[in-house]
Design a protein around this ligand. Structure first.
Ligand SMILES: [Zn+2]
Length: 77
């Protein structure tokens, strides 16, 4: 492997890591806000339904806020 190949490999690994972080960050990095032992939405403070947490472990927002958040995220891109 010459120097050029090594640089390319490093670049590829860094890019993969960035993608993994971005994907994980969308749903799992933040988690809910715990209020009195109840997982609540980070944006509106409403309790997150148990069914939603079961479907998306670590969900940090209720359905409505998650949709709004994703909509805004798309608008930024
Ligand atoms: Zn909410």
């Amino acid at each position: 492997m010459d120097v050029f190949d090594q640089a390319t490999e490093l670049e590829r690994m860094e890019r993969e890591l960035a993608v993994k972080k971005a994907v994980a960050g969308d749903n799992f990095s933040e988690g809910p806000e715990w209020i009195d032992g109840v997982p609540c939405c980070r944006d509106c403070g409403e309790p997150i339904p148990a069914a939603r947490l079961k479907a998306i472990p670590g969900a940090g927002r209720c359905c409505a806020c998650q949709q709004e958040w994703e909509r805004q995220r798309k608008a930024w891109k």
